[in-house]
Ligand binder design. Structure first.
Ligand code: NCN
Ligand code: DMD
Length: 346
């Protein structure tokens, strides 16, 4: 991955104009399709064709890793849950597995930095591992610069694999006890906000846990200093292997011209960082679901994205993105299949 920021062009503006014209000509009153109209036109522009093709190949990649901060009282759960949940994704028994099965979404889970060595888990899950866990970001860097580069490259590689295999729409998910702390730190770094504005309860910490988490984020931001001005250095100081890989995946998808549906606060923190690394990448992203974490809404506002769903979920795993897939398919069906007013009007 080239650390220098290089611009990413938007979905084809000419195709977008054609899609907007088709939308305006449908046998519906102007604006009657609400945000579904705009969404269908966006999908058409990402595909470069009007009307857009049906989304038959939709793929979720879940990036898993452990986080050094989890040993410092920032989560309601122990780190051992991360590896246990990776095995649960492999077995197809997690929350996101149920949603993905219901909506015809393929799920791939990758271990970038789980503490557990995941013996017995298929090799495809394990072969991208960069390290075990990550540094506790308030005390030390999350990664070495080489590990950050390796994780970005792993995410990029995986995006290329999924696209080569036929992905029309990609989704990002995450699994990692403690990961709402580095995600909030990435958002604070990207938006220049204090810890007090970005800290949320994650898996459900109590008031004492919330106070500790805010202190950890504040200390991490002070430790990183002006390194937060650079997105790659931000990942080294405040991220983790799983978050850096997600950033690499998002940048590669945008550069390849494949749209991505984002999930909760971790996915959105990585999208914000991807857009800092590759300005313009955000034009290839849509937001699936609003998280209860305050940092996610702050980052979405900055990127100009409005989530398709707001169901109060805070599961992660890519669940909010998968739940929004039927909405995206609905948008495509409308702009594809509705008659033009000119065809039916007497
Ligand atoms: O997606 C979200 O916005 C979200 C909000 C809260 C928690 N999570 C999930 O819960 C875990 C992190 O929460 P925590 O409290 O351990 O930082 C991690 O596995 C995430 O997938 C996810
Ligand atoms: C059980 C459990 C499942 C999860 N899925 C994503 N994050 C999670 C955190 C916990 C604790």
């Amino acid at each position: 991955m080239n650390a220098a920021a290089t611009q990413v062009g938007p979905p084809d503006p000419q195709v977008r104009a054609e899609a907007d014209a088709r939308l305006a000509g449908l046998a519906t009153p102007p604006g009657a399709l609400g945000r579904l109209g705009e969404l269908g036109a966006w999908v058409a522009a990402t595909q470069g064709v009007v009307p857009p093709r049906e989304l038959t190949d939709v793929r979720l990649v879940i990036f898993a890793g452990d986080h050094g901060v989890a040993a410092h009282g920032v989560s309601a759960y122990p780190p051992a849950i991360t590896g246990a949940m990776v095995r649960t994704f492999v077995a197809g028994r997690a929350g996101v597995s149920a949603l993905a099965a219901a909506h015809g979404v393929a799920v791939r889970v990758l271990d970038l930095g789980v503490d557990d060595d995941l013996e017995g888990v298929p090799d495809d899950v394990r072969r991208h591992k960069v390290r075990r866990g990550s540094g506790a970001i308030h005390l030390e860097d999350a990664l070495t610069p080489e590990e950050t580069r390796a994780a970005l490259a792993a995410g990029e590689r995986v995006a290329h694999e999924e696209i080569a295999a036929g992905a029309q729409l990609l989704l990002t998910g995450d699994m990692g006890i403690g990961n709402t702390t580095p995600a909030a730190a990435l958002i604070a770094a990207g938006l220049g906000l204090p810890a007090s504005e970005v800290t949320g309860r994650g898996t459900g910490v109590d008031d004492e846990g919330l106070r500790r988490k805010q202190e950890v984020i504040d200390q991490a931001l002070r430790r990183a200093g002006d390194r937060v001005d650079d997105p790659v250095e931000t990942l080294t100081a405040l991220g983790s292997a799983d978050l850096a890989a997600t950033v690499g995946f998002l940048v590669a998808a945008a550069r390849a011209g494949v749209p991505v549906l984002l999930d909760g606060v971790i996915s959105v923190a990585c999208a914000l960082t991807a857009d800092r690394l590759a300005p313009g990448a955000v034009a290839w992203f849509a937001a699936g679901h609003r998280s209860t974490e305050p940092a996610q809404s702050l980052a979405l506002d900055k990127m100009g994205l409005e989530p398709l769903l707001d169901l109060g979920m805070r599961l992660g795993e890519g669940s909010g993105a998968v739940a929004a897939v039927p909405v995206v398919r609905s948008a495509v069906a409308l702009i594809r299949d509705v008659a033009l007013l000119a065809e039916i009007a007497p």
